[in-house]
Design a protein around this ligand. Structure first.
Ligand code: GDP
Ligand code: MG
Length: 303
């Protein structure tokens, strides 16, 4: 049979894992473009993002999810709910483990939640650039004693080691089905939301301690200009008056630096010139405001 006669395969792939396991890094690698933001801080990813990759005649639709952990605050509940919805809708599940951390309490919580998943679950041990081989083997033994997996992989999402093997294994595990998206589409996230996420990533990287968790970014206005560039206005919502001067910095230096980094990245990812304008507003109760959740693509959890 020639390539074009081979039946197509297509399906959803959920990447589940504890916060900071490397889910977004892996996703960007799978797709070969930045579609999900990454930072060393936990819980950077809030909403569900689709990312699409082609392997020969297979279309892999990845669902990047926020990490799964014990939620306490309302925003956390929305994030964890989005993560589980991703896993339940998937044809294949990747359980991504930070091999440095191993099977800690977050991971056990996820394994428990995966108990009823009948679809193939692949065990993927990440960050092998940091972990000796003996430890990986010991970890594998520990995991396969806890449940069965359709396959086990060792990867470095950061360096790309082993990532293609995982991709091929997923392609083979997907059901025969027509493609759900055009072959050249990479993500379903809108330019507006992606641009807001990029600014949020820069805030996460630049600001310290709890502050990043108390802010959200929204693209308020987006104007395509005749010369192909876009004029983008974004609002950074903070919860307290005293957060505002921290985000602005002395003489506006911090926000200027963040804006420059964000604009540079937006231009790279969106492949066009961007004029970025950032505003900081205090909105004490934004974490109780359903509208802010909708803007992030999350359901507002009751209670
Ligand atoms: P997520 O919360 O699961 O989406 O994790 P991220 O993709 O945001 O990554 C969390 C942190 O782990 C970031 O600082 C990444 O650079 C880092 N990271 C991800 N993959 C690897 C890896 O293979 N090796 C190392 N050393 N670091 C990694
Ligand atoms: Mg993430």
């Amino acid at each position: 049979m020639s390539e074009t006669e081979k039946p197509t395969r297509c399906g959803y792939v959920a990447i589940v894992g504890a916060p900071n396991a490397g889910k977004s890094t892996l996703l960007n690698h799978f797709v070969g473009s930045k579609v999900s933001i990454v930072s060393p801080k936990v819980q950077t990813t809030r909403a569900r993002t689709l990312a699409i990759a082609m392997v020969d005649r297979a279309q892999l639709v990845f669902v990047d999810t926020p990490g799964i952990f014990e939620p306490k605050r309302r925003l956390e509940k929305a994030m964890v709910a989005a993560a589980w919805t991703g896993a339940e809708e998937a044809d294949v599940v990747l359980l991504l483990i930070d091999a440095q951390r191993g099977a800690d309490s977050d991971v056990r919580l996820i394994l428990d939640g995966l108990k009823n998943v009948k679809r193939p679950v692949f065990l993927v041990l990440n960050k092998i650039d940091q972990v000796p081989r003996e430890k990986l083997l010991a970890l594998t033994a520990e995991f396969i004693a806890l449940r069965s997996f359709a396959g086990v992989f060792f990867i470095s999402a950061l360096e790309g080691d082993g990532v293609n093997d995982v991709k091929r294994a997923i392609a083979e595990a997907l059901p025969e089905a027509p493609f759900l998206y055009p072959e050249d589409q990479l993500t379903d996230i809108s330019e507006r939301l992606l641009a807001a996420e990029i600014t949020r990533e820069k805030l996460f990287l630049r600001l310290h301690q709890e502050l990043p968790y108390h802010l959200t970014v929204e693209t308020e206005s987006w104007k395509d200009q005749k010369d192909g560039s876009a004029r983008v206005e974004q609002v950074i919502y903070v919860t307290r008056d005293n957060h505002k001067p921290i985000v602005l910095g002395k003489g506006g230096q911090t926000i200027k630096a963040i804006g420059a980094l964000a604009r540079h990245e937006m231009e790279k990812v969106l492949d066009r010139r961007i004029h970025l304008f950032l505003f900081v507003k205090v909105r004490e109760n934004w974490t109780d405001d359903p509208e802010r959740y909708r803007a992030m693509g999350l359901e507002f959890p009751k209670g």
